[in-house]
Design a protein around this ligand. Sequence first.
Ligand code: CO
Length: 283
Amino acid sequence: MNETPIRLRGVEAQVDGVQTRDGAGVRLTRVLGASLQRRLDPFLMLDAFASDDPDDYIAGFPDHPHRGFETITYMVEGRMLHRDSAGHEGLLEAGGMQWMTAGRGVVHSEIPQQESGRMEGFQLWLNLPADAKMCAPWYRDFSAAELPRLRTAHGVDAVVLAGRCGDVAGAITRDATAPLIVDLHLDAGGRFEQPLPGAHNALLYVYRGEVEIGGQRVAQRTMAVFDNDGDALRIDAPQGARALLVAGRPLREPIAQYGPFVMNTEQQIYQAVNDFRAGRLGG
Ligand code: CO
């Protein structure tokens, strides 16, 4: 029994994101971009992609480098093949997640394995603390069946990609940033509640239906940024919805970014570019 009254965090801002293309021309919505990196520290980027038109995704993301952070790719529908410079290869299918720690560097490709049908999913970038940016690269694929999930008493199925949700430990935990990443499937009338320290930044991206947070309606394909005034989140879905909840403890360290390299200083960025040109990334 917890008798302490919870203080619910409200919505500080709603964000539509920016339509763009990346990789070899993949159409996507950059929901979290550079202008929100400080506000949503430790998260650096959130891209949402969803299309029934192969021209929007077929070219994929040919070989490209990363250094200094982690990428989390979560597929809602479709199939994507991943290959990297360390010789790893994995097929990411509907409901699956790939967690990749770029650390000191990888070169990889992400290519759709379908010529028709729907491709839908997310890629989230999670920063690494300064002392871990040059760690050894690591990655793991999780199929849908391998991802922990729970069913709440209030009409919510939750897939716990990272962190802890109710009694369920997610697929991944990280000490420095304590990421909580949960795919929420809310029934009509469903309500999701989650304790969360006020200092942890949090966002919700609604990708099906719409939700209500503290009386504010958050429409489909919109990201709600939670304020930091409170210690719990509550999300209602009168008509049902699906949404990705992302939260974490901010690092409060300098961010220096040049494309796929995210370090703390310009000097480290020059080093990353030089290392990539010299073939030292992913070697
Ligand atoms: Co990549």
